[in-house]
Design a protein. Structure first.
Length: 446
């Protein structure tokens, strides 16, 4: 961090003390008072049990204030008092209220003690104040932390209750038929209809896959027609949350007739196939538009979601000039495949491209591309300004991390295609400069 009043450190838990001025409770006189107050109102046992089973949340660091008590350096918790309290009672149950000690003692027997925690250390309370407000004082017009709404929670949890409805609304927004604002608060109403199996069978909206894409036995034009009519009815309040099963089935039959759906259907396939085809073939996209109702055009100005890594003409020109066959082949694949279905594969491809590029530029066998394209090299050798240097370093770090995870972990992997698109765009200038360096060396050697 550039702010001299803020430092990132790993701190021993034994040196951490609770904040007696924490807003979660009235001002306390002692650590034991603070622990008792937290145990009474802040569900510390449940948190301690989760820490014992899963460890600390790696997405959350402690915020600490460095102080000296009796000549000893200690750290007051500005953010993370509940976690600090839970860690204390897992290690030393007798520090808790008498009524709580026995169950914390039972938890502690299964607990593998955490000795150090990652923290951001502040030199004074005032410096930390703005960041604490961002965490705890609501959205603040977009500056603070914003809670997920029902649809966002549904996408994350991928439970069955609202999954199909959420996928339909996502698809409709991607097609620019509606805006998020127009569909806000309508998820449960749509779920009432599409959770009915006879409604789904009639309309061809069959299910949702694990990756969030709709599955259907309709072709692309039929699928678009029926979804567009359904979503239009939803936003114009023609679907009722009070409809019973018979009404819903009857409505599905009317919808199928209105969309002119065939009785004989195709094999089941994913809506992702449609999304990729529309991107790859502008004529097909125009034909789809022509076959939908006049009301299909949204006019809401929402940009089309990018589904491919941008192909830089500058990079392409240099790859061709230097006859870098392997790099050219990988780059062509990276900028041809859609991230809609191929994000894990493309992430590994991006990792391989940067690894080969770094080795071509002189990186030793035991040096990763992340180490080779260090901040020092970006600044001193490639002359990037500080803001670009930070952005490039972060993009390299993400591709390195997610590439390795995708390659080596049996469950985890990279699935954020939009982030990959953005990271590769960020690296365009680095790639161009690296290729220029290779071309220059080649000319000197010839």
């Amino acid at each position: 961090m550039t702010n001299s009043k803020i430092k990132e450190k790993n701190i021993y838990v034994s040196n951490i003390i609770l904040d007696l001025e924490n807003p979660r409770y009235d001002k306390c006189k002692s650590q034991s008072d603070a622990i008792a107050s937290l145990c009474k109102t802040e569900q510390i046992y449940a948190l301690a049990k989760d820490i014992m089973e899963n460890g600390l949340n790696p997405l959350e660091k402690f915020a600490l204030l460095e102080v000296k008590e009796d000549g000893k350096r200690q750290y007051v918790v500005l953010e993370g008092n509940r976690r600090a309290c839970a860690l204390t009672l897992l290690k030393t149950p007798k520090k808790g209220p008498v009524a709580e000690q026995e169950r914390f003692k039972r938890l502690g027997k299964k607990y593998d003690p955490i000795k150090m925690v990652p923290a951001v250390v502040f030199s004074d309370r005032q410096t930390a104040r703005i960041w604490l407000e961002r965490l705890h004082d609501g959205p603040q017009g977009g500056r603070g932390r914003k809670k997920w709404d029902a649809r966002q929670r549904e996408r994350f949890s991928n439970t069955n209750r609202n999954a199909i409805a959420a996928a339909i609304l996502d698809y409709a927004e991607d097609q620019q038929w509606v805006t998020t604002e127009e569909t806000r608060g309508r998820l449960t109403t749509l779920s009432r209809y599409v959770n009915n199996p006879l409604f789904r069978k009639t309309t061809g909206i069959l299910s949702v896959s694990a990756d969030g894409h709709l599955e259907t036995n309709l072709n692309e034009e039929e699928f678009a027609r029926v979804l567009k009519i359904l979503v239009d009815e939803l936003v114009s309040n023609k679907l009722s949350s009070r409809s019973d099963a018979k009404d819903i089935v009857r409505h599905g039959e009317q919808l199928a007739e209105q969309a002119n759906l065939p009785e004989e259907r195709e094999e089941i396939h994913s809506s992702a196939d449609f999304e990729e085809e529309v991107f790859d073939n502008s004529e097909q996209s125009a034909a789809l538009e022509a076959n939908l109702n006049d009301s299909i055009s949204s006019g809401n100005g929402k940009p089309k979601k990018q589904t491919k890594i941008s192909r830089s003409s500058e990079i392409k020109k240099r790859l061709e000039e230097g006859e870098f066959q392997k790099l050219s082949s990988i780059y062509y694949s990276l900028t041809t495949l859609s991230v809609t279905n191929h994000t894990p594969l493309l992430t590994i491809g991006a990792w391989a491209f940067l690894e080969i590029l770094s080795k071509s530029c002189g990186a030793k066998d035991n040096v990763s591309f992340e180490s080779f394209f260090s901040k020092q090299r970006l600044k001193n050798d490639l002359h990037f300004p500080a803001n670009k240097e930070r952005a490039i370093s972060e993009a390299i770090s993400r591709i390195s991390r997610y590439g390795n995870i995708t390659k080596h972990d049996e469950n985890s992997g990279a699935f954020n295609g939009e982030q990959l698109i953005n990271d590769m765009k960020t690296l365009d200038e680095l790639i161009v400069k690296s290729l220029d360096e290779l071309l220059s060396k080649a000319k000197k050697g010839s």
